[in-house]
Design a protein. Structure first.
Length: 363
């Protein structure tokens, strides 16, 4: 019995050693090495982007208004018409200035007379003052000379003011643009007589624009906190430079009027246009890719995806896009974090065609 048990133990030990030897010699799984892309790629990651609530807004010019006549006269010249660009300070129209120039000449003559009178009165006061010191003239004569001097000085001051007023009257006969802009409406013709306050032309400046909109009461506090907004128009996203929210809500709609300042000289934006305004109310994470990485094939939008594991294959994949964020586009479906896409689609497409041609030639 003891010998039989010893044999069984030896057999069991031999089997155990054989199993261990087999396990030790079993080859491990082979992982295919990653292949480098023959073109530049971008790794897909999720990025923090603002949460926006879109509201309709309307563009208006910051500088807009009507130029009115500041003096009476007959219009003799009109240099700009509707839709003409007018530089700042340019003469829009001229009025007949005969009466205004005559008033200026009269004021200048009065100024000359007042200057002479004041000089005479000052000299007389000086002489009488010296005589009064020598007790030659009484105090009453000195007081009278001082009063005449002061009156002459006052008349001189009034004459100078009259010259300034007359000079301004002549300047009013040349109607100048208060800022650079475009004429939107003209109310008069050459030969018409106008009086002070009569409207002449209306215009606006395209240099500084803003958007007016009404913010609902439900999101106004979040918008006040973020103070970030953007304008969307024809596939473009334009960041606002400033946001002003009025402190009082409208009694009829309980919404708050707001103004959005746009960048200076924004292209293809004009007063009166309706736009979509994205008001930032928070943050979230989204997949963003450069807009230049997208490829348009008929009605299909996609990207070239590079697979570094499965032989470095390049495939065209359709994606569904969302909002624009500066030069990037939100991808709603079609890509996941960790994948790689071609940053230059044309180079990737050329590489894909070369690979296919090489495969066809080898066959």
């Amino acid at each position: 019995m003891i010998q039989y048990a010893s044999q069984r133990a030896s057999i069991a030990l031999a089997v155990l050693l054989a199993v261990v030897a087999c396990n030790g010699s079993k080859p491990s799984a082979v992982v295919a090495p990653a292949t480098a892309a023959p073109y530049s790629t971008l790794a897909i990651t999720r990025q923090s982007v603002p949460i926006e609530r879109q509201i309709d807004g309307r563009i208006e010019a910051v500088n807009q208004g009507t130029v009115s006549a500041q003096t009476a006269g007959r219009i003799t010249e009109i240099n700009y018409d509707v839709n003409d660009f007018v530089p700042a300070g340019a003469v829009i129209m001229r009025l007949r200035a005969t009466e205004q120039r005559a008033n200026l000449q009269q004021a200048r003559a009065a100024l000359g007379e007042a200057t002479a009178r004041q000089t005479e009165a000052s000299a007389r006061f000086k002489r009488i003052s010296e005589m009064h010191e020598r007790k030659v003239v009484p105090k009453a004569t000195l007081d009278e000379a001082a009063a005449n001097r002061d009156a002459a000085t006052a008349r001189l001051t009034a004459a100078r003011a009259a010259v300034a007023s007359a000079t301004e009257g002549v300047a009013y006969t040349e109607v100048r643009a208060p800022y650079a802009g475009v004429v939107t409406q003209r109310f008069v013709e050459v030969g018409e007589s106008v009086s002070p306050g009569a409207p002449l032309v209306s215009g606006l400046s395209l240099q500084f624009l803003r958007v007016t909109l009404d913010i609902p009461q439900s999101i106004v506090e979040r918008v006040r906190e973020t103070r970030q907004a953007a304008v969307y128009l024809n596939g473009r996203r334009i960041e606002a430079t400033d946001l002003t929210i009025f402190p009082e809500a409208a009694s009829t709609s309980a919404s708050f009027r707001a103004r959005l300042d746009l960048p200076e000289n924004a292209a293809d934006l004009y007063p009166g246009m309706f736009v979509k305004v994205g008001l930032v109310t928070g943050e979230t994470e989204r997949i963003l890719i450069p807009a230049s990485a997208l490829v348009e094939r008929s009605e299909v939008t996609g990207v070239y995806v590079f697979d570094p594991v499965n032989g470095g294959q390049t495939r065209f994949r359709q994606v569904r896009t969302g909002r624009l964020y500066a030069d990037s586009v939100e991808v709603l479906a079609g890509l996941v974090a960790g994948e790689q896409i071609a940053s230059e689609p044309l180079v990737a497409m050329r590489s894909l065609l070369e690979t296919r041609d090489a495969a066809t030639g080898s066959d």
